[in-house]
Design a protein around this ligand. Structure first.
Ligand code: ARG
Length: 584
């Protein structure tokens, strides 16, 4: 079924055509009303057209509603204030829509009519380094966006642009050769142990020992020329890193296709050559670069984007240029979404500018940076462990699960419930991981966010535990009615009577509008807010309306509303990457 707002916007378009012979895009013709006083949807198109048509907004609005055919969906349209058109949905329309929603597991939401090939470039940690909280944010946000776009029916490529190439490998390989020769001969990645320590050791030797430095530089050259032993050492390091990353992805339930920076190596010389052909390349103190438009240094001179250093090496930007070109030409991507911290905004703006000027980006391809803020500790400073070290992601997730498990055990004891260890672990895992994800996604991603276990694990407020608990409780209502409820037809006839029921019904119908909005502005917090409000509206309904004690046909209808609410929560949470539990 089409989303209500889409159908209404199309009707309004038709009215515009009939009344004024105007063809307007349906975008933002109609918005959800800011206040129930103004109905459910509101249009300010009459004001927007006043100048163009040389008529007062009220006259335009009046002409429009003359031609607006929404009788099957809405009460008669109202004109308010200077010329707003307010629409209020009719109860029979809501009932029919809700009935339809019950069919199938997409809750009546159609797949998109024109699916795109979309690349979501997310997570993207760096080999031989610890994945840090910034990568955690990228992983959680990127996964959510990918899930949502997949649900809509887009063809989504989830790419992990791992930093697995660069000069640091010279130092790492040299350290590996000299300090862990066994690891290299047995090709046993595990023999390397903790890579962060390994990285620190290597860095220290590099900083202190000129001979080690020289050997490292030679190792980079060897690696870049494809020398077999260096490649073997490099692969071993990547493999070891991959194991650590995989552990995190598995805990989070996140799927990614690894296509690290090294993948684009063979294309780098081409990139530089093509920039030269396009007349963009300038040699500046031995380095090859493109001078950027609109980016200047502190003296006001144009800033160069270096694509090949004077020693012949390539850098992060060159790789991103190659990646962008490959993604457009080879993957045929129509939309490319990069999920990184806000600090990389300039990097992307610069790379895209150069790619556009080189003619690699057709007009139809949309490039989007999805920036996010920093993770802060509860003191508002950079997120660190008590002893001031960077927090290991594995420890962070383990801690969230452990705390949930402790809370849960306590609660079960207080309730006198006996549950298996397995049950407790499974529930703690779902809630703990869900809480970490939700805490991140429910914030406006562009702001910094404060990491607080207490806040994210709270059973009250806009948290995952609250929503997961709401889900369990609603499911429980159905179970209480036992067989009788299960004997009800799959599609229950809906009849809406009480006001809180109508409010809930309207909210249920907005899921596809919210999904649509998030697919455009890529703000997952909208979906979180929607789900939070859903459970609040459900609570109001449940407080005021008897369900199992109601008379027919209300009883069946209300069981149907409970069921739809639970399914909407489950679907919405799944798009956030959060798994529900049936009991907790
Ligand atoms: N590895 C980079 C980092 O840790 C993120 C890569 C993002 N993706 C990209 N195509 N540049 O900051």
């Amino acid at each position: 079924m089409k989303s209500t707002v889409a159908v209404l916007a199309a009707r309004l378009q038709k009215a515009l055509h009939l009344a004024f012979e105007l063809q307007l895009s349906s975008d933002s013709l109609l918005l959800p009303a800011s206040n129930p006083k103004f109905g459910d949807y509101q249009s300010n198109v009459a004001m927007a057209l006043s100048k163009q048509l040389g008529q007062t907004p009220r006259a335009i609005a009046e002409a429009l509603i003359q031609h607006l055919d929404v009788d099957d969906m809405c009460e008669s349209p109202q004109i308010a204030g200077p010329g707003f058109i307010n629409l209020t949905l009719k109860t029979p329309y809501l009932e029919a829509q809700l009935q339809h929603m019950q069919l199938g597991d997409r809750l009546g939401i159609e797949t998109i009519q024109t699916p795109q090939t979309v690349i979501v470039d997310f997570s993207s940690p760096n080999t031989a380094k610890e994945m840090h909280v910034g990568h955690l944010r990228s992983t959680i946000i990127g996964d959510c966006l990918a899930r949502l776009l997949e649900f809509q029916g887009h063809n989504v490529l989830r790419l992990n642009h791992i930093g697995d190439w660069g000069t640091q490998f010279g130092m790492l390989i040299t350290h590996l050769r000299t300090a862990y020769p066994d690891a290299l001969t047995t090709a046993n990645a595990l023999a390397l142990g903790d890579l962060t320590t390994f990285y620190k050791e290597a860095k220290q030797r590099f900083d202190e020992d000129p001979e080690f430095q020289a050997a490292s530089r030679a190792a980079v050259v060897q690696l870049q020329s494809g020398e077999a032993d260096s490649l073997k050492a490099w692969k071993l390091l990547c493999e070891q890193s991959r194991l650590a990353f995989e552990e995190i992805y598995q805990m989070l339930g996140v799927q990614l296709v690894e296509r690290g920076e090294s993948f684009y190596n063979p294309f780098l010389p081409d990139v530089v050559e093509d920039l030269a052909k396009a007349g963009l390349l300038v040699e500046d103190q031995g380095a090859k670069c493109v001078f950027l438009e609109g980016f200047t240094n502190k003296d006001g001179d144009p800033l160069p984007l270096i694509v090949q250093k004077s020693d012949g090496g390539y850098n992060y930007a060159t790789t991103d240029l190659a990646a962008l070109r490959y993604r457009i030409q080879h993957d045929q991507a129509e939309r490319i979404i990069y999920v990184t911290d806000a600090g990389q905004a300039n990097h992307f703006a610069q790379v895209w500018q150069v790619a556009r000027r080189a003619g690699w980006v057709p007009e139809t391809v949309e490039l989007v940076h999805v920036p996010f803020g920093f993770v802060q500790g509860e003191d508002g400073k950079k997120f660190k462990t008590r002893s001031g070290e960077t927090v290991r992601l594995k420890d962070l997730l383990d801690e969230a699960i452990a705390r949930t498990q402790a809370d849960l055990t306590q609660r079960l004891e207080a309730e006198g419930r006996q549950e298996s260890r397995e049950f407790i672990q499974q529930v703690a895992q779902a809630i703990g991981i869900g809480a970490v994800k939700y805490a991140d996604l429910s914030q406006n991603r562009t702001s910094n966010y404060i990491f607080s276990y207490d806040r994210m694990l709270a059973l009250q407020g806009n948290t995952a535990p609250y929503l997961l608990y709401a889900y369990v409780r609603i499911r429980g209502i159905g179970r209480k009615g036992q067989l009788e409820v299960e004997a009800l037809p799959e599609v229950k006839e809906i009849c809406l009577e009480a006001e809180s029921e109508v409010t809930l019904a309207k909210h249920l119908l907005q899921l596809d509008e919210v999904i649509d909005a998030v697919s455009q502005d890529l703000m997952p917090n909208r979906l979180c807010q929607y789900l939070f409000e859903l459970s609040q509206k459900f609570n109001q309904f449940y407080d005021r309306c008897p369900v199992l004690q109601a008379e027919e046909p209300l009883r069946t209808s209300r069981v149907g509303l409970c069921d739809l609410t639970a399914r909407t929560l489950k679907l919405g949470l799944s798009l956030l990457g959060i798994t529900v539990v049936e009991r907790m």
